[in-house]
Design a protein around this ligand. Structure first.
Ligand SMILES: [Zn+2]
Length: 243
């Protein structure tokens, strides 16, 4: 397999410093899905890369593909910023959320599987995540993230007996079953009790409902992850202070 150069568009998910002057950049590219790329001298060469490697930046870049099928690391040749989404960088909760979303994509999605749907979603969430406290809209993005990662939870009816939640009976979120269960179906001692379960997509979530759901979804992802998500704790702390 011969290495080839490609002009791509992508969103930076993670940047790791490597040796004295280099970096390894994880990107979600429109053309090839998630890739990791070696950026030689990127901490030194302002001319070539212009300091554009920061999480959430949308880039246009030139990169060469791995030389053999055993390798997965691309090599970056040039990059240019298309959008840094500055409006989110001034809002601490939006910033913590979007960096967390990037980390989740890094942790859960496989490399080199091109998926235009995930790319489009990532682009959309970066440009339109609300800067005001619009809890229903913010909750939608939490659900969409879980869908993108392949973990969309069942929320509107019991995932076991399929009965709908109309009354105010106790209900539980089961990490094993991936959704909400009624009091009769949840095995004793299992599941996290939840206060409110949305009965439809128009929800009018309160601040507290939203915070509780974020906690539940964090725990749900941690349950399904082999690694700890570093940005989760930071996001929790910011959430109480800024929402
Ligand atoms: Zn049930």
């Amino acid at each position: 397999m011969k290495s080839q150069s490609y002009q791509c568009e992508g969103i930076v998910l993670r940047v790791t410093d490597y040796r004295d002057f280099d970096q390894i950049v994880t990107l979600y590219s429109k053309e090839f899905g998630k890739i990791s790329a070696y950026a030689p001298s990127s901490r030194r060469s302002v001319k070539r890369f212009g300091g554009c490697f920061q999480a959430m930046a949308k880039l246009s870049f030139l990169a060469s593909s791995p030389r053999s099928s055993e390798q997965s690391l691309w090599r970056l040749q040039q990059a240019e910023v298309k959008d840094l989404y500055f409006h989110h960088r001034e809002n601490l909760f939006s910033l913590a959320t979007l960096v967390y979303f990037c980390e989740c994509i890094t942790a859960f999605l496989p490399e080199a599987q091109s998926d235009g749907v995930v790319y489009e979603w990532l682009e959309n969430v970066l440009s339109s995540y609300p800067s005001e406290k619009k809890f229903d809209q913010m909750f939608q993005f939490e659900l969409e993230l879980l869908s993108a990662l392949g973990f969309r939870p069942g929320l509107f009816q019991c995932v076991e007996c399929l009965s709908e939640f109309k009354d105010k009976k106790r209900r539980f979120f089961s990490f094993e079953k991936g959704g909400v269960m009624c009091d009769s179906c949840v095995p004793r001692g299992e599941g996290k009790m939840i206060e409110s379960s949305p009965s439809s997509m128009s929800m009018n979530l309160s601040r507290l409902d939203f915070i509780n759901w974020v906690h539940t979804f964090h725990d749900f992802l941690s349950f399904n992850s082999q690694q700890s998500l570093k940005t989760q704790q930071f996001r929790k702390e910011i959430m109480y202070a800024s929402l």
